[in-house]
Write a protein that binds this ligand. Sequence first.
Ligand code: ADP
Ligand code: MG
Length: 320
Amino acid sequence: MAEDRLPDEFTLIRRYFAPLATHPGAAALGDDVALIAPAPGLVHVLKTDTIVEGVHYFADDPAALVARKLLRVNLSDLAAKGARPVGYLLAASFAREMRESWLAEFARGLAEDQRTYGISLLGGDTTATPGPTTLTVTAIGEADAARVPRRSAAKPGHDIYVSGTLGDAALGLRVIKGELRGLSNEDADFLAGRYRLPEPRVALGQALIGIAVSAIDVSDGLVADLGHISEESRVRAEVQRDALPLSRAARAALATDPGLWPDIVAAGDDYEILFTAPSAAAEGIAGITRIGRIVAGQGVAILDPAGKPVEVKTAGYRHF
Ligand code: ADP
Ligand code: MG
């Protein structure tokens, strides 16, 4: 690629995107639209996310990783709703300086995760922009509408659970920025990996159908995301600080600097599933941490072992 400039729009679509359109309804991107139907009795579950170069990723980030993260943050929302992912649309506005080699790597990343999650590209749009590259994925899944766990469905008496471990991604970003020293290489790599490439809990989300009554994925941080459940359900969420699931690496980081504590509860990007379920459901829930309970009232409280609320500053990222 002597020049490494983008080919014209139609060549670009044929070369990089048509091979990703494996769903028969996408007609290999040979038509204006794609036609898809949910399985009988199910509805489509839709979510879109945009990333902007210089805001969500950097020009020198590996393109395949950018692609996979973009897909995965969308799939995480579907996972929290127990949906089976089907495919996605891609709206791409490429900066004038965009190189074909970057696009080729980007498409390779999409292909890799399409295989991982059994999904297909279904269509999209391609434009050039005088601004930074802007990429939007709209993910499409399917689910039984009556059993989708909503933010608004938490009830007093429910237990609160979260999958995996919390805070790793926020700590991983610090590792990448060089702000976190004194960790073993293994722990540092683990944390950085949790930031670089989230693992949406797609299979878990579907396994929780009929168990999780309300749910959300943790993208803004535990306190903020539990806050959304509390607000939409008009209930109070009480979390036991000492019950929060931490990775070995996060424990090691906290041991060297307890001031990192807000990263565990107030920073995002973990893409775990946070859900509530009636206590009768506890028997059917294994390998997921119960972190608290829903009571009457409002707001979110993190309680110390004495039952005293701990103050948490939630300075999450704000675009505006
Ligand atoms: P229009 O001129 O109506 O905008 P296009 O020529 O842009 O249509 O698109 C032709 C086909 O290519 C359509 O099926 C569209 O969904 C698909 N397509 C265009 N851009 C992308 C993209 N970035 N990713 C996936 N499919 C795309
Ligand atoms: Mg177009």
